[in-house]
Design a protein around this ligand. Structure first.
Ligand code: CA
Length: 349
């Protein structure tokens, strides 16, 4: 066990039964507060004996379904129903969450590209300090981890849960696959050999990759997005959260009064660059598909118009690969290089 090189002060006792809430205190000296700290909300709900589970949201600050589901869980869950321990962080990158932005307004940090973080991170790099504390103080305590994401303001997803497969072995993957099915999102998304959206490769820069490398049963989500929530996406988020905990044996019985039966997810995978469509130029994007459509290689994805040149033909963009178009950019304004859509292909097993 190495020394924890973090200035974060933790207000909760992880060994105490019951429900505790408070703020991890990250010192932050600024022009408006010389001796101030950033308060990262944390709750610990512990009872009886069972696994320790990390529940996180607000890793990206503009992804809301998990944030709402987790603050509801903190308020509403009776600790007597828990067998084990829940460690809940509903606004993991708190400066980003408070700013309703993907990344931190303080240091531009993208928490989910910042693992394993930085020991002794200075005040002007709070994102690296948060990643380090999670990686070294919190996640090593946890047998399972659920980090709740969505598409944020610039992408929208068919509600999905996702797991990583790092090798073919493997009992660890089979346990994750069973949990993915139990979560019950319409799409179960399996990332093989590194996350393409995180630049590929196996360096564990995301919280799920980091937790996987420590042997935890890990799952992520892409629950919706477009900078908003809907009744449907929130229902999938809350149902999936409770299904996940019940599957792990941490909850005794289902705390939702009348849970809707969860569907068997459609299992898909997302491979290399040809799964993605990016804008070749700036302009106004008119999609030629709806979120969740089946598309074929060569199908039209949409048009990019130059509204100030009405006699110029729009630029047509095409899908390079067929599949289910389960992610779409909801914003008309595009710049060259923006992701417009990606597909998933049915997982072969
Ligand atoms: Ca995200």
């Amino acid at each position: 066990m190495h020394e924890l090189r973090s200035r974060i002060i933790c207000p909760v006792d992880f060994e105490k039964a019951g429900k505790q809430t408070g703020y991890l205190r990250l010192p932050f000296s600024s022009d408006v507060s010389a001796y101030g700290w950033i308060g990262i909300p944390i709750a610990v709900i512990k009872n009886g004996t069972g696994p320790t589970v990390y529940l996180g949201a607000g890793n990206h600050g503009d992804e809301y379904e998990g944030q709402i589901a987790l603050v509801r869980l903190i308020r509403e869950l009776d600790p007597a129903r828990v067998q084990g321990r829940l460690i809940v962080l509903p606004a993991t990158n708190t400066p980003a969450t408070m700013n309703h932005s993907r990344t931190s307004p303080i240091d531009g940090g993208n928490l989910n590209r910042s693992f394993p973080g930085e020991p002794d991170a200075p005040d002007h790099r709070p994102t690296a300090a948060i990643a380090y504390y999670l990686a070294n103080a919190i996640i090593p305590m946890c047998e399972a981890l659920l980090d709740m994401h969505s598409g944020g303001k610039t992408l929208d997803y068919v509600p999905s849960a996702l797991i990583r497969r790092d090798s073919k072995d493997d009992a660890h993957f089979k346990r994750k696959l069973a949990a993915l099915r139990a979560f019950g999102a319409p799409i179960g998304y399996i990332i093989e050999g590194g996350s393409p959206s995180a630049g590929g490769g196996s360096r564990p820069v995301t919280i799920t990759a980091l937790a996987d490398s420590l042997g935890a049963l890990t799952m992520g989500t892409e629950l919706g997005g477009a900078g908003t929530v809907t009744r449907t996406t929130l229902r999938v988020a809350q149902r999936g959260l409770y299904n996940f905990l019940t599957h792990l044996g941490v909850l005794e019985g289902h705390p939702l009064a009348a849970p809707a039966p969860a569907p068997e997810p459609r299992l898909v995978t997302v491979g290399g660059p040809d799964y993605y469509v990016h804008a070749p130029t700036r302009g106004a994007f008119e999609p030629a598909f709806d979120l969740g459509d089946e598309v074929a290689a060569g199908d039209l994805c949409g048009w990019i118009h130059q509204i100030d040149e009405p006699d110029a033909p729009p630029r047509e963009v095409y899908f390079a690969r067929g599949g289910v178009a389960f992610c779409k950019r909801p914003i008309v304004a595009v710049e060259r290089g923006d992701c417009l859509a990606h597909v998933g292909t049915d997982w072969a097993g």
